[in-house]
Design a binder for this molecule. Structure first.
Ligand code: UGA
Length: 436
């Protein structure tokens, strides 16, 4: 049965979730207080690059099931479920997540909330947040508020598909009513065989942090092996294939290179450390400090390799291929590629950054970095090239066409995606991270 729902906060998570809920047939009211973002959404644009999302957004708007507004009104107050999708960024000067947007969201919602409506948090939060929000909401409303937690596991680049066909649905609930409403809203997904885990609030919150910590650990594990491989003559990519055949280990998320970035993995492992510390069990996840350090060390490694080849970087032209934290995304938050460009720039190099779609974000955040939109022109007179984000067009490059353009035929493959023999045949010296 179609339900009326609101989605509060329309960033990556909320914009995608509102489209997904509408696609399931529900009546969805998206609430976004930022006027520019709201205008974009009303015009059928998510405001960030996500394959297929704008198209789906336009279709859902046209269906009449999806609409966006700046605040709650009598219409949104009728919703049976209110999804909280606001951001929980890293707090300035601390490792902890900033949950203040969640508190403002429930403060705005409380005067309109009806007994029996369920508030469902989807944002990534420190364990214990849902309990505290429930108490706050009950105080604000004067009745026992129904609050549940339903973490989201979407990946940028495949966001809508991940939302509609996740590996699993996790719902943390305090009451039979909340469970029934969530089973109803996700009914088409459950019917199609998506596994459902019904649990308590704390477990549901922790699942998300734990999953991202595990993924980050896998990446830093293979990058730690890469450090050993580099000094011992081994090859970390082959190592990953070999250990990955063991099904207990698995072959996914073992790609070594410049490491993980983005708006989630780095912030989430830090938030987990901060929360564990608050709970008096900091030692349980103290190892995540090393995971973070291994990850950041990969970026320094690239600068060291540049220096080893070029000597002083001052006056040398370094072309960085990629700015987004991963391909098929224009997100430059905590991006290894962007960080490498900044580090090389600080070391005195004349850095030029190319990215197929993420340069607007670079120009806005870091006007000190020069950028180039034409890939072939970018190579002109380069003393070194760093492949930092594995966009398909970099994999498809023909080194023969580039060889005459560069000053020095030197490339660092930070993502292990190039055919080294092809580049070597064209005269390039190729250094692949994780290879001795
Ligand atoms: C991540 C998780 O994968 C999602 O499950 C989760 O829902 C999301 O965070 C979130 O918390 O919202 P995402 O940030 O989109 O998704 O990106 P990933 O695909 O996980 O990649 C993260 C980073 O790890 C990228 O910089 C990528 O290049 C890097 N990576 C990934 C590696 O360096 N090696 C690998 O083997 C895999």
């Amino acid at each position: 049965m179609p339900m009326k729902v609101t989605v509060i906060g329309l960033g990556y998570l909320g914009a995608t979730h509102s489209v997904a809920m509408s696609k399931l047939g529900h009546q969805v009211i998206g609430i976004e207080q930022n006027p520019e973002k709201l205008a974009e959404l009303q015009a059928g644009r998510a405001g960030f690059f996500e394959p297929g999302l704008d198209q789906a957004l336009k279709e859902e708007l046209a269906s009449g099931r999806l609409s966006f507004q700046s605040n709650h009104n009598a219409d949104s107050a009728e919703a049976e479920i209110h999804f909280l999708c606001v951001g929980t960024p890293q707090t300035e000067g601390s490792l902890a997540a900033d949950t203040s947007y969640l508190y403002s969201a429930i403060t705005d919602l409380a005067p309109l909330l009806k007994p029996g409506s369920v508030v469902v948090g989807k944002s990534t939060v420190p364990v214990g947040t849902a309990k505290a929000l429930t108490e706050k909401l009950s105080n604000l409303t004067g009745f026992e508020a129904e609050l549940a937690w339903n973490p989201e596991f979407l990946r940028e680049g495949t966001a809508l598909g991940d939302s509609l066909r996740p590996d699993r649905l996790v719902i943390g609930v305090n009451s039979a009513l909340a469970e029934a409403k969530l089973r109803e809203v996700f009914e088409p997904m459950i019917a199609s065989g998506v596994p459902l885990i019904v649990t308590d609030l704390a477990t549901a919150e922790l699942v998300k942090g734990a999953a991202n910590a595990f993924l980050a650990t896998k990446i830093s594990f293979i990058n730690a092996m890469a450090e050993i491989a580099e000094v011992s003559g081994a090859d970390a990519s082959q190592l990953a294939i070999a250990i990955g055949y063991d099904e207990r280990i698995g072959n996914k998320f073992l790609r070594n290179g410049v490491g993980f970035g983005g708006g989630c993995l780095p912030k989430d492992i830090r938030a987990l450390m901060a929360r564990a510390e608050e709970l008096g069990v900091g030692e349980a996840v103290a190892y995540l400090k090393e995971i973070d350090k291994i990850n950041l060390r990969r970026r320094i490694r690239v600068i060291d390799l540049l220096k080893a080849e070029l000597g002083e970087l001052s006056g040398k032209k370094v072309l960085v291929l990629g700015a987004a934290f991963k391909p098929d995304s224009d997100d430059v938050r905590d991006s290894p590629a962007l960080d490498i460009a900044l580090l090389a720039n600080q070391a005195g190099a004349n850095v030029l950054v190319h990215d197929p779609i993420a340069l607007a974000g670079v120009n806005k955040k870091h006007p000190e970095l020069a950028t180039e939109t034409d890939l072939h022109q970018a190579f002109d007179n380069a003393d070194a090239v760093v492949l930092a984000t594995e966009w398909q067009e970099y994999r498809d490059l023909d080194p023969k066409l580039i060889a005459d353009k560069v000053n020095r035929k030197f490339i660092i493959d930070g993502r292990n995606v190039l055919d080294n023999s092809l580049w070597q045949t064209a005269g390039f010296k190729v250094v692949s991270l994780g290879k001795g």
